[in-house]
Design a protein around this ligand. Structure first.
Ligand code: FEO
Length: 407
């Protein structure tokens, strides 16, 4: 099938090229996260007198296009080195085709673990040069410094710093979803539209490894290097203000809240929880709050990826779900399982839960979130439709939740 994806090829610094393809075909990244906004795969190419260096590649589905795009700059046979920052197939999938075209001549440079992973993924044998954390190489007068950054987002991940040009090739880190209409952060409007997609990418893909983000940023900071360009494997490059994306990543890694940001998430089979949520939202509105609402009903099912993206910098959460088969309603149970892994934090939570003959979900939701560090302000369980007393309890608990925010 002839693909029609958008491709950007640009010399972003002397003899240093971006090769980006926009993937709008993958609707569920990692077969999990709904991304109608798409994703880019960014590879980079550096031409030097001492050999041509490719940094990463594209997903397997775009192998043919990768070779064609590369040919516009240099023939695949003329690639001498391939630096692998991350072996995940969204970046290494086109490597076998590339190596075939290259005659397996190129030396692969990467974390020692990458050799085994790539050889196992693709059943190939590599000419491989392992590099340790802090190792450097000089190729054609260009120094490359390799920085191991484990768990961003796999154990073998690393970054490369090019001191002469102050370029940091950052791998998955500092990336984001979507296919922006520009390659750089040059336009303020474009950046502000992009940030929510970077946040969603962070929460879904990197979220589980948040402590490692802080370690990696601290490590790079301690090197005392100047960074004039951050070149990630997804999304836009950061040249006008590289610190901006670093600061966002620190904020998200700490799950720092946006003041006053309240998220309401609910499932409702027959309307009881929806009614309770309406009481809570009306009170929030009366108190001057404008919550973001996600629902799982017989009419609408919001994407979990969007929920996670918004949760990471929320200050408070109202969660409502019915008891279902002596447990939490499955969609919410699945969400809480993911939240417990990826978004552990001390955000404030109010839990609302309906039941028909025996309440279980409220207690279980509360236990799950408490164990993940959340502050459960209140858990209100009610039988079927709300009584007058139930409504009063919800209003009172919403006020209690909001008091936490200003304390
Ligand atoms: Fe973009 Fe973890 O791969």
């Amino acid at each position: 099938m002839k693909r029609t994806s958008r491709i950007f090829t640009e010399e972003i610094s002397e003899n240093f090229y971006l090769m980006r393809i926009d993937d709008k075909e993958t609707l569920f990244f990692e077969s999990l996260w709904y991304i109608p906004e798409g994703i880019t795969y960014n590879a980079y190419l550096m031409l030097t007198d001492g050999g041509n260096i490719l940094f990463d590649a594209w997903k397997h589905a775009y192998s043919e296009q990768f070779i064609e795009t590369l040919k516009n700059i240099v023939d695949a046979r003329d690639i001498d080195y391939i630096v692998i920052h991350h072996t995940e197939p969204d970046h290494s999938g086109s490597l076998p085709k590339l190596l075939e075209e290259n005659g397996f001549k190129a030396e692969i440079i990467g974390n020692p673990l990458s050799k085994t992973m790539l050889e196992n993924f693709y059943n190939i044998k590599l000419k491989f040069k392992p590099v340790k954390d802090g190792d450097s190489m000089i190729i054609g007068g260009k120094k490359l410094v390799f920085i191991h950054t484990p768990w961003l987002h796999w154990p073998e991940t690393m970054m490369t710093y090019i001191p002469e040009d102050k370029i940091l090739l950052s791998g998955d880190a500092f990336g984001g979803f979507s296919t922006p209409n520009a390659i750089h952060d040059s336009d303020e409007q474009l950046v502000s539209e992009y940030i929510p997609f970077a946040r969603k990418y962070f929460a879904t893909i990197i979220g589980h490894y948040r402590p490692y983000v802080l370690k990696a940023i601290d490590k790079v900071a301690k090197l005392g290097i100047g960074i004039e360009l951050i070149a990630p494997l997804h999304g836009i490059l950061w040249r006008r203000d590289p610190n901006k994306i670093i600061e966002y990543y620190v904020k998200w890694a700490k799950a720092e809240p946006e003041k006053g940001k309240v998220i309401v998430i609910y499932s409702s089979m027959y309307g009881s929880c929806e009614e309770a949520v309406k009481v809570a939202v009306d009170e929030l509105s009366r108190l001057g709050y404008n919550p973001i609402i996600f629902k799982f009903t017989d009419r609408e099912q919001d994407p979990l990826s969007d929920v996670l993206g918004e949760l990471i910098d929320a200050e408070a959460i109202i969660l409502a779900s019915a008891t279902y088969e002596a447990g939490i309603f499955p969609t919410i149970s699945h969400l809480l399982n993911i939240v417990s892994h990826k978004l552990r934090s001390n955000k404030h939570v109010l839990i609302l839960s309906s039941y028909g003959w025996g309440g279980v979900a409220g207690r279980k939701m509360s236990e799950t979130l408490s164990n993940a560090g959340f502050n459960i302000v209140d858990t209100i369980e009610f039988r079927g439709r709300l009584s007058k007393e139930d409504r009063e309890r919800i209003v009172e608990s919403v006020r209690k939740l909001i008091e936490q925010l200003s304390s």
